[in-house]
Design a protein around this ligand. Structure first.
Ligand SMILES: C[S@@+](CC[C@H](N)C(=O)[O-])C[C@H]1O[C@@H](n2cnc3c(N)ncnc32)[C@H](O)[C@@H]1O
Length: 206
């Protein structure tokens, strides 16, 4: 039987699989952070679907990072994040029904958005309610149409919601939300692996 993503990932946090997952995501995330933070001064940052909080811990204490917040819907992921880092802000929330009290400059999300019932609505909500003017959304995806090896994951992992969309579909969600300067690329493609699809854009109007 397939189960909700947040239920499955809570188990991953208990079994230690979250750490292997973080290692697997490290290279793509380094690429995303380098791009989204270059030339950013005094920024507020949210990791949407932060898992065990490893990206927030990386940014914590960086001179230009005013605040880094992690949000995730898996209770055990957030418990673990808080146990590893009592100083940063971690919230147990459903990304489809949440917005921050204070808008931020960078919203980063690695391997999360396709687990949502309505990724299009989430991207719109980030645009309208999460980001400051000139803020950036950056997402990384391994599960997408042009990466055929990923197509069996819903069965392999027993996860009920996984939206299989094309690169073009994802870009159209950014366009419809009102984003500007949309860019996309793939990190570390190789034989049999299309790479992590990165999509990013800026909110230029207020
Ligand atoms: C593949 S993991 C990635 C975690 C982290 N970004 C990383 O790279 O290690 C996906 C994460 O998205 C979270 N997630 C999935 N659906 C969610 C939802 N509706 N609300 C909040 N978090 C959700 C899961 O709990 C899980 O921690």
């Amino acid at each position: 039987m397939k189960r909700k993503p947040t239920v499955v990932f809570s188990e991953w946090a208990e079994s230690g699989r979250d750490e292997r997952m973080a290692q697997g995501h490290q290279r793509a995330v380094a690429n995303m952070l380098e791009y989204s933070l270059k030339d950013r001064k005094k920024y507020r940052f949210i990791d949407a679907g932060c898992g065990n909080g490893w990206v927030v811990r990386q940014l914590k204490g960086q001179p230009d990072c005013i605040a880094a917040t992690g949000v995730d819907g898996a209770p055990k992921m957030i418990e673990k994040a808080k146990s590893l880092d009592a100083e940063s802000a971690y919230f147990h929330v459903d990304l489809e029904h949440w917005s921050p009290q204070q808008k931020v400059d960078v919203v980063h999300s690695m391997e999360v958005v396709y687990y949502l019932q309505d990724p299009r609505a989430f991207i719109q909500n980030v645009y309208t309610n999460w980001l400051n003017t000139n803020g950036r959304l950056i997402i990384g995806l391994d599960f997408y149409k042009e990466n055929p090896i990923s197509h069996s994951w819903p069965e392999d992992c027993g996860v009920s919601i996984m939206r299989l969309l094309s690169e073009k579909d994802w870009i159209s969600y950014f366009e419809e939300a009102g984003f500007d300067s949309i860019e996309n690329w793939r990190v570390d493609p190789k034989e049999g692996w299309a790479g992590t699809l990165v999509i990013t854009a800026i909110k230029t109007s207020s």
